[in-house]
Design a protein. Structure first.
Length: 76
């Protein structure tokens, strides 16, 4: 399952790296693609991960999780 995270506080590629490492360090998240321009990340989850857990992981690297949305598939 994929989710889109809106993230505040990213200003550089270092922020992207910290966000990626924080999210990929959560058990249940297999990958995270962080986009500096869009201030977002697409995470691929093997199992459901709580919004609170993702928020805490990002807070630990000085970023803020603003919203979580389901990733819409172009195939329906």
């Amino acid at each position: 399952m994929k989710k889109v995270l809106e993230i505040e506080g990213m200003h550089c590629m270092g922020c992207v790296r910290r966000a990626t490492e924080a999210l990929e360090g959560i058990e249940g998240i297999s990958s995270a693609r962080v986009d500096l321009t869009e201030k977002s990340a697409v995470v691929d989850m093997e199992t459901e991960v709580s919004e609170d857990l993702m928020r805490s992981a990002l807070k630990n690297v000085a970023l803020e999780l603003v919203a979580v949305k389901e990733k819409k598939s172009i195939f329906g």
